[in-house]
Design a protein around this ligand. Structure first.
Ligand code: GTP
Ligand code: MG
Ligand code: ZN
Length: 425
């Protein structure tokens, strides 16, 4: 995308959200539009990518069939890079955790909530970068939150690990003639609306958010390789959301049991080593960023405790109040004092049951915050005959605090999109 190209306000360096290659705008490939220009050399059933030397009057590249083109692609992996990433500061976020800890439910509930809350309370737009992104996530949002059959229990599928079985979750490309599998990111833009105090400088304040929904197996030792670099976003991420599921921890489960009704605690419990996932993630970040063993990561680590509805009695509260306050201007700000008070209480609780996990988290990152969330606000059903944990009825779903991990990170660490108040309760 060199002279005569479509935009003038391009970022100097772009990071590909698929393969992590960093490139300059003039290395950008375009996607051919002419129907004869099929079969890209690195991708299956995709139009050719090309480095343009001709542009039309509005700056679109012209392909070898004389057709003006729209889409842009990465010079290394050839996958399409949304235009937003050429103009807006990227914000990569990693969601990490064991199998079944609640990553996909959390991601779905978070994006659903942010779409509504950000315009209503914060004068911010939260939107898909284009119509094609986020198909899978929108389907999940539809099933949980816009389902006309709201009394029929629904269960989101486990995140598939076989790329052949889930083309909507993975991209397979050839790089240097070798097949490589990348997880498909989800893309959103957050930007100030007209009435936001920073609406005059959208380019500086907006963020292009890239999120990844890995399968829990991807965090097992040996799962991230040159051919399957499925978690390399960790090194680029502005924040790591380390999901911790108290129902998978035997000590917390035992403490919960007297008052619990959730089948994940009462029946057929699953115990998984969440400390090992944290160690693996820390090792990968140290390896890919060159962070020394005695150094602490300078990006925030948010320990997100999932399924709060199932263990809230351990904290002796049933519900968390909304962590927002309305400022004099009418705009809402984040109540940091309250979020940090809750974080301290959760840290204390976790320390009681899993001191090794807390010590590892604190030893890894300079900023660690503990945030409880519930993606569903209710327990899944249970079939005693098959001993299977079932789904939830959409009409019972009522998420709690799912948006708080991202809003807290943006407010504290990412410029002036979201205001916050620290004092008082
Ligand atoms: N009680 C309760 N259960 C939840 C909640 N969120 C998820 N679950 C249950 O946890 C199970 C696993 O959730 P997923 O989001 O699919 O887990 P995951 O981390 O994506 O798992 P993988 O895709 O296998 O890595 C679901 O089937 C739900 O029954 C919640 O907020 N509360
Ligand atoms: Mg999943
Ligand atoms: Zn790439």
């Amino acid at each position: 995308m060199s002279e005569g190209s479509i935009r003038t306000n391009l970022r100097q360096k772009i990071v590909c959200p698929h393969c992590w290659y960093e490139f300059s705008p003039d290395e950008t490939l375009w996607v051919a539009e002419h129907p004869d220009l099929e079969d890209d050399v690195q991708l299956v059933d995709q139009p050719q990518r090309f480095l343009p030397n001709r542009f039309d009057p509005v700056g679109r590249a012209i392909d070898a069939g004389n057709v003006s083109c729209e889409e842009l692609a990465c010079p290394q992996c050839h996958l399409i890079v949304p235009r937003a990433l050429f103009e807006i500061v990227p914000f990569f976020a990693s969601i990490v955790g064991t199998v079944s800890c609640g990553k996909t439910y959390f991601l779905t509930a978070m994006t659903w909530k942010l779409r509504r809350l950000l315009p209503q309370r914060f004068e911010l737009l939260f939107a898909d970068t284009d119509l094609n992104s986020n198909k899978k996530l929108k389907e999940y949002e539809r099933l949980l939150f816009y389902n006309p059959e709201s009394d029929l229990p629904i269960k989101l599928r486990k995140t598939e690990i076989n790329p052949m079985g889930a083309p909507d979750l993975y991209n397979q490309v050839k790089i240097d003639n070798r097949p490589v599998t990348f997880p498909r990111p989800f893309f959103f833009v957050i930007r100030p609306q007209d009435s936001h105090p920073n609406s005059h400088s959208i380019a500086r304040h907006a963020r292009a958010i890239c999120l990844y929904d890995n399968a829990g197996e991807h965090f097992e030792p040996g799962a991230d390789t040159q051919r399957t670099p499925v978690t390399r976003h960790l090194a680029r991420s502005r924040v790591v959301f380390m999901l911790f599921d108290p129902t998978q921890d035997p000590n917390m489960r035992a403490a919960c049991r007297p008052d619990a009704t959730d089948p994940q605690i009462v029946h057929g419990p699953v115990t998984l080593r969440q400390d090992l996932v944290l160690h693996e993630v820390v090792d990968r970040i140290r390896r890919d960023t060159g962070l020394g063993l005695s150094e602490r990561h300078n990006r925030p680590l948010i320990v997100v405790l999932t399924k709060f509805d199932a263990w809230c009695h351990l904290l002796k509260v049933k519900e968390l109040r909304e962590p927002y306050k309305q400022s004099k201007s009418g705009l809402f700000v984040l109540d940091l004092a309250y979020i940090e008070k809750v974080s301290e209480a959760i840290k204390k609780l976790l320390w009681k049951y899993c001191p090794d996990f807390v010590a590892s988290a604190q030893g890894f990152a300079e900023n660690v915050t503990y945030i409880p969330v519930s993606a569903t606000g209710c327990a899944p059903g249970y079939d005693p005959l098959t001993e299977e944990v079932l789904g939830m009825r959409p009409s019972d779903i009522n998420p709690m605090w799912v948006e708080v991990p991202l809003l807290y990170t943006l407010a504290r660490f990412e410029g002036n999109l979201i205001g916050y108040a620290r004092s008082g309760n």
